[in-house]
Design a protein around this ligand. Sequence first.
Ligand SMILES: NC(=O)c1ccc[n+]([C@@H]2O[C@H](COP(=O)([O-])OP(=O)(O)OC[C@H]3O[C@@H](n4cnc5c(N)ncnc54)[C@H](O)[C@@H]3O)[C@@H](O)[C@H]2O)c1
Length: 249
Amino acid sequence: MSKVAIVTGAARGIGAATAQRLAQDGFAVAVLDLKADDCADTVSAIESAGGKALAVGADVSDAEQVQAAVDRIAAELGPPVVLVNNAGVTRDNLLFKMSDADWDVVMNVHLRGSFLMTRAAQKHMIEAKWGRIVNLSSTSALGNRGQANYATAKAGLQGFTKTLAIELGKFGVTANSIAPGFIQTEMTKATAERIGEEWESYVAKRAAAIPVARAGIPEDIAHTVSFFVSEGAGFISGQVVYVAGGPRN
Ligand SMILES: NC(=O)c1ccc[n+]([C@@H]2O[C@H](COP(=O)([O-])OP(=O)(O)OC[C@H]3O[C@@H](n4cnc5c(N)ncnc54)[C@H](O)[C@@H]3O)[C@@H](O)[C@H]2O)c1
């Protein structure tokens, strides 16, 4: 069986750390993001550690780009048997100020994007009779002020995951969700900026409310992805693991 993984949104942040971790685990990794050029740092980090990676530019919410990307990955790296749906965006606002466009883009990237990527990739997993799908949810799925769009999408991904687990289980494919709490990335830096807080003090404030008394880092999530992808996790499917330093942060 080919050991090929796709990680979406892998130019930076959680996706970049996950791509590097899966490469360490022995996977050839398709590093997919909006622009192939933006994937160069992740690809060279993988290659300089002795791994194999391919930069792929695609918008996960565009059906044609997704199909072309998955076809190219299968041709150049081999049939993908691992898919990490990690690409994401935020467009936070209180409900009464949230525009139609801010609702739609968040649904399109998280929900439509994960649907399109999974529909295109599952064929290869079913042929291989083995596969692992990991979807990035969030603690925001439990509800979060200013994130009606994002919370809805992240809760939706949990239902999507459970349905994939039911439909694909008999083909040796598992599907699980990871719901991170506060992780230090460009996404959370942008949130600090938007609310006018200095990054260091924002991180300290967030960490103070987390039971393990620190903010999360992308490697915390990469480690959990690696676990779900591992051979030994084959009897775990349709689950959500909150990786948040505590039960609800
Ligand atoms: N950082 C956190 O605290 C946190 C918490 C919970 C969940 N998450 C989720 O984890 C995932 C990664 O978050 P991050 O913090 O690393 O974010 P990030 O903003 O640093 O990285 C997201 C990546 O996704 C890419 N992307 C966005 N739209 C895309 C599209 N249409 N097609 C392809 N790629 C696209 C971006 O270009 C970017 O490289 C997201 O799904 C996010 O919602 C993050």
